[in-house]
Design a protein around this ligand. Sequence first.
Ligand code: RTP
Ligand code: MG
Length: 134
Amino acid sequence: MAVQKTYIMIKPDGVKNKHIGEIVNRFERAGLAVERMELGMVTPEQAAANYAEHEGKPFYNGLIEYITSGPVVKMIISGDGAVAKCRSLMGATNPADAAPGTIRGDFGLVMDENVIHGSDSPESAEREMGIFFA
Ligand code: RTP
Ligand code: MG
């Protein structure tokens, strides 16, 4: 499988609830490597660019407000099939549907605060890495 890079972001609830170490550990244990890592805020411009596909949906305003509400951990993660591998480690979008053993299944409580973001395709990954690590 091809080596890929993907954009991963531990969301404000993941930082607040002190899951950074455990989450990074899971990616590393899966054979993936952390290429870049930075703790900081997401600007409103970055939030809008990252979630442009959701503009106009009922949950959009809350999503932007939430992702800019506190520090996040922005990461570039690399490895064989990194995009799909990370999505699989993250689990389903809604923590209620996410399998035990996945990041959202173990640490997520609600759909609106679901611990982690990960690029959903190699194309999204390129775009999102450009937004957060210009
Ligand atoms: P993400 O982009 O954050 O990694 O999550 P995802 O690909 O699994 O899900 P996506 O469809 O891109 O949705 C982005 C975020 O918006 C919130 N959401 N709420 N109430 C709803 O119906 C709804 N749908 C999506 C979630 O917090 C999701 O992570
Ligand atoms: Mg998404």
